[in-house]
Design a protein around this ligand. Sequence first.
Ligand SMILES: NC(=O)c1ccc[n+]([C@@H]2O[C@H](COP(=O)([O-])OP(=O)(O)OC[C@H]3O[C@@H](n4cnc5c(N)ncnc54)[C@H](O)[C@@H]3O)[C@@H](O)[C@H]2O)c1
Length: 275
Amino acid sequence: MLTPGDLKDRTAVVTGGASGIGAALAAELSTYGMAVVVADIDEQGAQRVTSELQERGATALAVRVDTSDAASLEHLAETAYAAFGSVELVCNNAGVLTFGDVADSPVDDWRWLSSVNVEGLLNSVHAFVPRMRAQQGWRHIMNTSSTHAFLPDPGHTGLYSATKQAVVAISRGLRQELASDGIDVTLLCPGQVASRILDSQRSRPDRFGPRAAEPFGTGVIPIGTIEPHEVARQAVAGLIAGEEIVFALGGGGNFREQVEQWWRTVDQAILASTD
Ligand SMILES: NC(=O)c1ccc[n+]([C@@H]2O[C@H](COP(=O)([O-])OP(=O)(O)OC[C@H]3O[C@@H](n4cnc5c(N)ncnc54)[C@H](O)[C@@H]3O)[C@@H](O)[C@H]2O)c1
């Protein structure tokens, strides 16, 4: 287990760092004395977050990245290592959301969601893990999934939830595979966070077709939300403790009951199959 002081003078890369949870992670990590690479497809936003961190005395660098593009991830890794010499923490946090019923959603919605939420994670793993393997000492990867990966009834978010289930499975595999290299992996599963996630399609590339209609608008999620800085506080505390999973839930909701209900259904099906 780490102590908080162990993060000082180490380097973190945070994708999706220009907004919401990513910006809050960058700020939280910098309070522990980490240098932070704020990486985002929104270059101006990344610059803004970086300037704010620098004004508070932190070491920070903005880099434009499109996580769905392997070459862009490779450029990010090269830039981070050239600037700081090593990277101890990679927060694979960039992610996008559309609401929409599975049967009514164009396949392009899936292609876009999975290009960022799943392939983006894989591109990062391919860019950073070989470099991290060549280092010594503490190294850690934190992947942002969602409570949506565990909900039994992901109404209107079946496609998004599928990408976040993939993040769970990939993270569990990575945690096991990288243990012998001394690289730890933590899965971050926030509940409903007051971020710009409902306006995700602001960064949707044209090649994935027209933007889907957003039934709940593009503002901040109105109910049961947790603030990004509180998610970041719990996330960093969890990674220092070496937790495999960190849930950061808002006040409301019955997430635990829903998960238990789903596992009862699974359990009954397993029992029925062995009768
Ligand atoms: N807001 C929630 O309720 C919630 C809940 C659980 C999990 N999450 C997850 O948290 C993560 C962060 O989301 P957020 O809520 O802070 O939303 P946000 O929209 O405020 O921030 C997401 C950031 O990712 C960036 N981004 C999008 N596509 C990108 C790409 N291809 N390459 C690089 N950067 C890209 C955006 O520009 C933005 O800055 C996502 O993975 C999301 O799925 C969010």
